[in-house]
Design a protein around this ligand. Structure first.
Ligand SMILES: *[C@@H]1O[C@H](CO)[C@@H](O)[C@H](O)[C@H]1NC(C)=O
Ligand SMILES: *[C@@H]1O[C@H](CO)[C@@H](O)[C@H](O)[C@H]1NC(C)=O
Ligand SMILES: *[C@@H]1O[C@H](CO)[C@@H](O)[C@H](O)[C@H]1NC(C)=O
Ligand SMILES: *[C@@H]1O[C@H](CO)[C@@H](O)[C@H](O)[C@H]1NC(C)=O
Length: 382
């Protein structure tokens, strides 16, 4: 069962199969592709179809879920774009012109990958897709449940190892990364071989968000990514023996809107019990909202922007048209800069976000400034 609040993350990757008229020609096309690789380059400058080889000192790893807002991203910072929406050759050409990698989304059923033959054919498919689309690697996003000492546990580590070997061999300079939960302590029953996976790939993208997916104590609204809990979890990854240079910090550019069952004078918002993977309550009781929507709403809140000093997170309360109270927890430049500073002091590989499309890229002057500030706080300050 996939967690409802992860719905934002579930975007199917587009492959060849979805193009109707091309199906009968497919075998022929695949035969011709290796010969005509240069000729098929969609970029004005065919050199832009070459893979990116340069390895940056600091990664800024960006998830894109589709549309054309990428034209307004801060390309002076971006080093990798993971395409979780539809493939966009214009984006690929543009990213390459800026020296940024463009990588596939990799998602596969864990039951299937226990079979080494299945793994091999899945990997061959991904490499082929990356090559035909002039892409620079793959971001493996498997958020499924795994237990220790199971066939899936070892198969997953093998999958990452074999994928990295194949990509590195077939596409020069390519990048293979893996998404992990905010903490290595079997969050959401994802008990993976974290050290084995980190060794096998270029780096882990740590999803430092959805940190209320399993709430074991009181069911109340809380920060998506409380500062201390977030940073302590990096210490946990490092204590396991994972090199900080194998860790990219993933920040949320979205928050959670909770409907309060009760809202107290001192802003305690109790929420409905929605169990998730063994825990009695979860952020699945809330709704994910992008930063741009939050920024449109915050001035009409009943509380104004509040700041929780323990969690180091902003939040606010509002009343909906049916008269129900809501509490919204999110991240802003202030909360993000505290985490971004840690990537520097701890010497992490880089920073990134889910997802770049969450900001307002319109021409509106206030929105423009808020969007600029969100990009700006990612920058190393040293
Ligand atoms: C993991 O273990 C739990 C508890 O024994 C079990 O309920 C669950 O089905 C297992 N999950 C998988 C994917 O094997
Ligand atoms: C994790 O993976 C590594 C590399 O494959 C392996 O050497 C190690 O034994 C694995 N750890 C566990 C606990 O299985
Ligand atoms: C988190 O809080 C604990 C207890 O207050 C403190 O000892 C620790 O240094 C904090 N960790 C970080 C990374 O700030
Ligand atoms: C909300 O209020 C703040 C502080 O008064 C102001 O700076 C900001 O421009 C307002 N935002 C919008 C969208 O009107």
């Amino acid at each position: 069962m996939s967690k409802p609040s992860l719905r934002l993350r579930r975007v199917p990757t587009q492959g060849w199969g979805s193009t109707p008229g091309i199906a009968p020609l497919l075998p022929l096309l695949l035969l011709l592709l290796p010969l005509q690789a240069g000729a098929n380059c969609p970029c004005q400058d065919p050199a832009l179809c070459q893979p990116i080889r340069k390895h940056p000192n600091f990664e800024v790893f960006v998830f894109d879920v589709g549309g054309k807002t990428w034209k307004s991203y801060d390309w002076s910072q971006i080093t990798t774009v993971a395409l979780f929406g539809k493939y966009d050759s214009e984006l690929m050409c543009y990213a390459h012109a800026k020296g940024a990698r463009v990588v596939l989304k990799g998602d596969v059923s864990l039951k299937d990958i226990i079979d080494p033959n299945f793994r091999a054919s899945w990997i061959a498919q991904q490499v082929n897709l990356a090559k035909t689309q002039y892409m620079d690697g793959i971001n493996i996003d498997i958020e499924q449940e795994v237990n220790y000492s199971t066939p899936e546990y070892d198969a997953l580590t093998a999958l990452v190892q074999e994928t990295a070997d194949a990509f590195h061999h077939e596409i020069e300079g390519s990048q293979v990364t893996f998404d992990v939960a905010w903490s290595p302590k079997c969050i959401d029953r994802r008990c993976y071989n974290y050290t084995g996976i980190a060794d096998a790939c270029d780096f882990l993208f740590v999803m430092s968000y959805d940190e209320q997916s399993q709430v074991w104590s009181e069911c109340m609204a809380a920060a998506n990514a409380p500062c201390n809990q977030t940073l302590t979890a990096y210490d946990d990854y490092i204590k396991m023996g994972i090199n900080p240079k194998k860790l990219v910090m993933g920040l949320p550019w979205y928050g959670y809107d909770y409907t309060c069952l009760t809202l107290s004078e001192d802003h305690v918002c109790t929420i409905a019990k929605v169990p998730f993977r063994g825990a009695p309550c979860s952020d699945a009781a809330g709704r994910q909202v992008p930063y741009k929507v939050i920024m449109k709403q915050v001035n009409s809140s009943i509380s104004g922007i509040l700041w929780d000093e323990n969690q180091k997170s902003p939040y606010y309360n509002y009343k909906d048209s049916a008269g129900r109270f809501h509490q919204v927890w999110y991240d802003n430049p202030k909360s993000i800069s505290l985490k971004a500073t840690y990537t520097q002091t701890r010497g992490l590989r880089g920073i990134g976000m889910w997802n770049a499309n969450c900001l307002d890229y319109s021409e509106d002057a206030i929105a423009k400034q808020q969007t600029e500030e969100m990009w700006k706080v990612l920058k190393p300050k040293l």
